[in-house]
Design a protein around this ligand. Structure first.
Ligand SMILES: [Zn+2]
Length: 397
């Protein structure tokens, strides 16, 4: 009894009158196992969700009938593969009932649309939340995977961590990130027009869109970028499903995953915690668990309002003049010429002036209809992780 009580105390976090517990999560597939490495990374991502997310037990259990109705292709399966953070097991479809009673969130792998996958070779997977009771958190999600677009087929040396980030990204969508709309419109912000100045000085009218549910995230985001007047968390485009790639770089919830890994930052913590309709918060993030990763996020740190509101060309010009010591890598700057960098845990120093610049298309900027592509001067072959500082004086000098 005492043991049971201790377990109860350790695993449940009462907040107000609600009792929160680590989210029990499972992935169900009628299509068998994925490639071994993908399946292992799927399992790792489930471990991450169970450690990061705290939820309240739903009062309305999911029934088999709900699955038949909302995910009709599951009517044809008599057996399924169930992956949880610790186990992988085949079971009869009818035994799913017990799993649905225990799990707080279940993702169903659904068939891919081969034409859609072919049309967009960058499309790796998609997930959609399924809300069964209005204003309650989705207990289910559907996820499709474009197996034919597996980037490892092109690039076998790609680290399998890539799939870990892919599944974390997709399952976050499944929980509602960028896909649940704020029905009350309390957090909705109107889009705004602005001018993007190209390197030749010509201005191009553009639109800026903001994510719903940014009230928790905005405070942290303002501090991160050092911009108190920041209006909202910029989205990838009209659809508002992602963080803007140009602004947020290697954050996990931008549109593109990096081969070198993506970071679930305090910005996404704020977005997913505020993603709820109705009076009750759906998700609580375990801050102790997440801080090691979230604290690493440094893209755009202290870049200021000019980065958020003007073109990269304006931003570079302004910082070159006004903030000579500001590190604006991966963007090129004359101020970097006296700077050096080192890969963490390595002794070797590199001078920034040895690095060339290239004009690179920036993703997530100008992707609205009619928007022209935008290019920015970026440092060539710059490592994703680096320590940046003023070069030491030459020996004896
Ligand atoms: Zn996405």
């Amino acid at each position: 009894m005492l043991l049971f009580f201790l377990f109860f105390l350790l695993c449940h976090f009462p907040i107000g009158t609600t009792i929160l517990a680590p989210m029990k999560i499972a992935v169900v597939s009628g299509y068998g196992s994925l490639e071994p490495e993908m399946q292992i990374q799927l399992q790792n991502s489930l471990k991450w969700f169970q450690s990061s997310f705290l939820v309240e037990k739903s009062k309305t259990p999911v029934e088999i009938q709900d699955i038949y109705q909302r995910i009709p292709e599951y009517q044809k399966f008599s057996s399924i593969l169930v992956q949880t953070p610790i186990h992988r097991q085949n079971m009869k479809f009818q035994d799913l009932k017990t799993l649905l009673e225990i799990a707080d969130f279940t993702v169903f792998v659904v068939a891919q649309d081969p034409k859609k996958c072919q049309r967009d070779p960058d499309l790796l997977a998609e997930a959609l939340p399924i809300v069964l009771v209005p204003d309650e958190r989705p207990p289910l999600a559907m996820m499709s995977i474009c197996l034919q677009n597996n980037p490892r087929h092109q690039n076998p040396s790609l680290d399998s961590r890539f799939f870990y980030d892919l599944f974390r990204h997709e399952i976050l969508h499944g929980l509602g990130y960028g896909l649940i709309i704020d029905k009350s419109s309390i957090t909705h912000k109107p889009s705004e027009k602005y001018i993007w100045n190209h390197s030749n000085g010509l201005g191009q009218p553009e639109n800026r869109h903001f994510l719903d549910f940014d009230t928790f995230a905005l405070e942290f985001t303002k501090k991160h970028f050092s911009c108190e007047k920041m209006k909202g968390v910029e989205a990838d485009g009209e659809r508002k499903n992602h963080l803007n790639e140009y602004i947020f770089g290697n954050e996990l919830m931008t549109t593109h995953l990096e081969a070198t890994g993506n970071i679930f930052s305090w910005i996404s913590v704020g977005i997913i915690e505020r993603t709820f309709n109705g009076p009750n918060q759906w998700y609580h993030i375990n801050r102790t668990f997440i801080s090691t990763e979230a604290d690493q996020y440094s893209y755009g740190k202290k870049f200021g309002c000019d980065f958020l509101q003007k073109s990269c060309h304006d931003f570079i010009k302004i910082t070159e003049k006004r903030s000579p010591t500001l590190n604006i890598a991966p963007f090129c700057s004359k101020n970097h010429n006296h700077m050096c960098y080192r890969i963490p845990s390595s002794e070797k120093l590199y001078k920034m002036s040895d690095k060339d610049c290239e004009m690179r298309r920036v993703i997530g900027a100008g992707i609205d209809k009619g928007g022209e592509q935008r290019r920015c001067p970026m440092i060539k072959h710059f490592p994703a992780k680096f320590e940046f500082f003023s070069c030491p004086p030459p020996p004896g000098g």
